[in-house]
Write a protein that binds this ligand. Structure first.
Ligand code: GTP
Ligand code: MG
Length: 345
């Protein structure tokens, strides 16, 4: 969230998976907007960040998430493209994430970019939940719009239920072939060693209350210590994209994962074979529940605290590169911060 005064930051959730398996639709459903329709072609070419505050999560999850049980401020979702040519974007999103959703189409099962995404999660040791998506396409499916998965399962005929189970079991088999032990999420006791599977539909919304509940539960249980940050300390982030913005010149789309960035800050940014030292000219944010890449009118803000997506306008950003670190210079000397950025390039 953009305030972040409480000392616990929002966990960053990457949504990963094969092309067309439903990553953007899932976020669309969650935020209730229509990014999918607005996309040119079927390919998502950019990473966007979506902050969903706890009270909204609780609303969507119905009775499953009681806001009083949680002290994390919500979840920050990062969409990633599934097309094979965007492996660096996927890997950037995966590396940034505290936790992830691996989206798999139940009809299609494991595909090349599913395996690639899984490898990123294993390499970065990112805990994840498997979203077994598109359950509404199982022949005979009786949709229970936006409901918890148990209500949907109860509403199916035996035959339809068997068809779904076959698909889920073959997914569990494919995960096992890739050295991941998994089970239906309600059977999993130790989420650090077993991946929980959530059957859902990004189209009808059924199962999404469960997904959000599992994500909140996992974050609260295993991430809380990592989420305890000095929210007012110097900001750290990763550049997702370098874009031209009318009236602002070259800007950086950044996901801030630590501290605060302010309009009067000096920052150090990674570039090809060098670092850029520059002064922030403007911090631009989309409205809550919208995405940087779909937002035409940005809102200027004086200060942003982790975790958040923010567009930074500053002079001399032309050589900045996606994937590079961004650091605010405060408390430490410029030389020390520059060394840090160089070490990460
Ligand atoms: P890339 O960004 O290209 O990797 O794809 P994506 O994973 O974001 O997939 P996207 O959300 O764009 O969905 C691809 C297609 O699947 C669209 O036509 C969606 O309407 C459809 N789709 C996604 N989720 C569901 C679902 O749960 N049920 C059904 N029936 N269709 C779905
Ligand atoms: Mg997409």
């Amino acid at each position: 969230t953009r305030s972040g005064s409480g000392g616990l930051r929002t966990p960053i959730v990457a949504v990963l998976g094969h092309v067309d398996h439903g990553k953007t639709s899932l976020l669309d459903k969650i935020r209730g907007s229509a990014v999918t329709q607005g996309e040119s072609g079927a390919i998502t070419q950019h990473i966007g960040a979506t902050a969903v505050p706890l009270d909204v999560i609780s609303d969507i999850a119905g009775g499953l998430v009681d806001p009083d049980d949680f002290d994390l401020p919500g979840l920050l979702f990062i969409d990633t493209p599934g097309h094979h040519s965007f492996s660096t974007l996927r890997s950037r999103g995966g590396a940034l994430a505290d936790i992830a959703i691996l989206v798999v189409d139940v009809n299609d099962g494991f595909q090349p970019q599913t395996i690639e995404a899984l490898d990123i999660l294993k390499r970065t040791q990112t805990p994840f939940v498997v979203a077994a998506n598109k359950i509404d396409t199982v022949p005979g499916w009786n949709t229970q719009e936006d409901g918890p998965i148990q209500a949907s399962l109860d509403a199916q005929s035996d035959r339809t239920r068997e068809r779904l189970d076959e698909r889920i079991y073959s997914l569990i088999g494919e995960l096992s072939d890739n050295d991941i032990s998994s089970d239906m999420y309600w059977q999993v006791r130790d989420f650090q060693h077993n991946a929980g599977l959530v059957p859902l539909s990004a189209l009808t919304g059924e199962g999404i209350p469960d997904l959000l509940t599992v994500l909140m539960g996992l974050s609260q249980r295993y991430m809380k210590e990592e989420m305890e940050i000095d929210t007012t300390g110097p900001g750290s982030g990763t550049v997702l994209e370098v874009t031209e913005e009318r009236g602002f010149g070259t800007t950086l789309d950044v996901v801030l994962y630590d501290g605060t960035i302010r309009t009067d800050d000096t920052i150090v940014v990674g570039a090809t074979n060098r670092t850029i030292e520059t002064d922030v000219r403007a911090l631009l944010q989309p409205r809550a529940l919208s995405e940087i890449r779909t937002e035409k009118q940005f809102e200027r803000t004086d200060e942003v605290s982790a975790a958040a997506g923010v567009k930074i306008a500053a002079p001399d950003l032309d050589d900045a590169i996606a994937g590079a670190p961004v650091r605010v210079v405060r408390d430490q000397t410029l030389d020390a911060v520059t060394d840090d950025v160089e070490a990460e390039l």
